[in-house]
Write a protein that binds this ligand. Structure first.
Ligand code: B12
Ligand code: SF4
Ligand code: SF4
Length: 426
């Protein structure tokens, strides 16, 4: 199509072509926002950093926020932002059950790494749109992987509204949606933000076990289980370990309790095989190019992991087992640290041998958390393992964890090989 006919097309049905094609390309939600600077969101985000509420994420800094709230910097000539949402809700009812002690994964990590799946879907969408419009428009797209504040864009476009748990809620799909944006120099009429609010509801704030929702709409990153179990590369603060329960990768509590999420029905397209593009109609565009290997994990979607198996995993087994899964992000040592915390919270004496092994053979971070877990389980075998490790251990931080764990026996230990301590080891 030549330049003049492209312009003509733009003035008539451009927006409906853009949005209808997004739906055809497998996106559940599509709305358009203007590409004006995000002035208010910028201030809120900068304040969040200043107040220490983004502590633990050094990459989330002022210059990132300045860039991410200035679409012109991300794409010179930007005029519009096509805001996309993709539902990932799966109820997990058909998943196999395990009799072994297991740890929970946040729903978004039950299947393949959504970054890859959605990025590919977005690229195919933009390429297809260029062909459809006959117009080499400029575009840049993100899903969680750029400086743009994904939720601010979604809110401006009316894809959804901010919930007090910080997440974007949508009318039909709740907050179980990944958010992406295509910034473009196409001139598209913007949609309006929605008027919905949470009203008087505060369920998520009350339910958050670590008190991470410090005020409506405000999350303290360093208290959020999602941060503690995924992004955090160091130790989990002692005071927060008991509250983590058996979450080993992310946390869904503030979404599980949300009434807006109650009516969402499963849409498992994201979990199946190569990205077939959801409702794509040409049957071709979303297939992987010939010869490209799928990044789907070797096993199907799964909501929990066997904790003892995790503790025993080698680096190679970890990479193989979680290939193509977002779980890789936590790294093996991080996941094993989390497994120790979950086992400590479960308090099952049968997990003592595995924790004992981790106490002697794991990396320092894992050894320290294994010591904590053994102290919390509090049976004779756990105490013996800790005493033996105290004699062999050289790492100062681990020695401190061991000393702390042994102290907790002094406080409440009642002996016997299967008697569980009831008191917290804090
Ligand atoms: C850093 C980050 C995290 C950090 C920090 C979380 C945080 N609150 O910022 C950690 C690791 C903890 C995290 C956790 C999770 N994350 Co995250 N995360 C991000 C990331 C990379 C940046 C978020 C950000 O900019 N934070 C900075 C603060 C300032 O932003 P904000 O909290 O949205 O602040 C706004 C509101 O507070 C609002 N606001 C302030 N006051 C008021 C007052 C009123 C009345 C209103 C209406 C609004 C309002 O304005 C602020 C500025 O826009 C985005 C991807 C991206 N590039 O945007 C994903 C993203 C936000 N995460 C996502 C997900 C899925 C999660 C988890 C659910 C994963 C899980 N199950 O474990 C949890 C949810 C935790 C929670 N309750 O927020 C999705 C959210 C999807 C959705 N539907 O909202 C995103 C958008 C990724 C994506 N593209 O899909 N995440
Ligand atoms: S994800 Fe979990 S820890 Fe984080 S704010 Fe929500 S309920 Fe709290
Ligand atoms: S639980 Fe209630 S307050 Fe929290 S996000 Fe959902 S509707 Fe809003």
């Amino acid at each position: 199509m030549g330049e003049s006919s492209a312009t003509e097309f733009i003035s008539t049905g451009l927006k409906s072509t853009v949005t209808a094609y997004a739906e055809e390309s497998g996106f559940d939600l599509v709305r358009v926002a203007s590409a004006q600077e995000f002035v208010d969101d910028r201030k809120l985000a900068l304040d969040r950093i200043k107040d220490g509420l983004m502590d633990g994420l050094p990459w989330f800094n002022n210059s990132r926020v300045l860039r991410g709230t200035t679409p012109q910097e991300l794409l010179p000539g930007a005029r519009s932002i096509i805001c996309l949402g993709l539902n990932y809700f799966e109820d997990g009812q058909d998943f196999p059950e395990s009799s072994a002690p297991t740890g929970k994964l946040a729903r978004y990590a039950w299947g393949r790494d959504y970054h890859k799946v959605i990025k590919r879907r977005m690229r195919v969408y933009v390429e297809g749109l260029r062909k459809k419009l006959g117009n080499e428009f400029s575009a840049r797209w993100y899903v969680d992987d750029g400086p743009m504040l994904d939720r601010a864009a979604a809110s401006r476009s009316g894809v959804g509204w901010f919930g007090k748990n910080g997440n974007i809620l949508t009318s039909n799909l709740g907050s179980w949606v990944f958010l992406g944006q295509v910034i473009t120099d196409l001139e598209l009429e913007p949609d309006q933000p929605l008027k919905q609010t949470c009203g008087n509801c505060v369920r998520c704030i009350d339910a958050c076990p670590t008190g991470a929702i410090v005020a409506p709409y405000v999350i303290d990153n360093a208290r959020c289980i999602s941060y503690l179990t995924i992004e955090n590369r160091g130790e989990i603060p002692l005071a927060l370990r008991p509250q983590i329960g058996d979450w080993i990768f992310g946390c869904d509590i503030c979404q599980d309790v949300c009434p807006v999420n109650r009516k969402v029905t499963p849409t498992p397209t994201l979990w199946q095989g190569d990205d077939a593009g959801g409702s794509q109609t040409d049957g071709q565009s979303h297939k992987l190019p010939t010869g490209q290997v799928s990044d789907a994990p070797p096993s199907g979607p799964i909501a929990t992991l066997d904790l003892v198996e995790l503790l025993k995993m080698t680096e190679e087994e970890f990479r193989q087992r979680f290939r193509g899964s977002p779980i890789l992000r936590a790294k093996r040592v991080g996941l094993q640290r989390n497994a120790c915390v979950a086992l400590g919270n479960k308090g099952d004496p049968l997990s003592v041998p595995a924790l004992r092994q981790a106490l002697f053979a794991g990396e320092a971070l894992v050894r320290g958390h294994a010591a904590w877990a053994l102290g919390r389980i509090g049976v004779t075998e756990a105490k013996l393992a800790l005493e033996q490790a105290r004699a062999d251990e050289r790492d100062e931080a681990v020695l401190q964890e061991i000393a702390q764990a042994l102290k907790s026996f002094g406080r409440s230990y009642r002996g016997g090989s299967s008697k569980r301590r009831t008191e917290s080891s804090l």
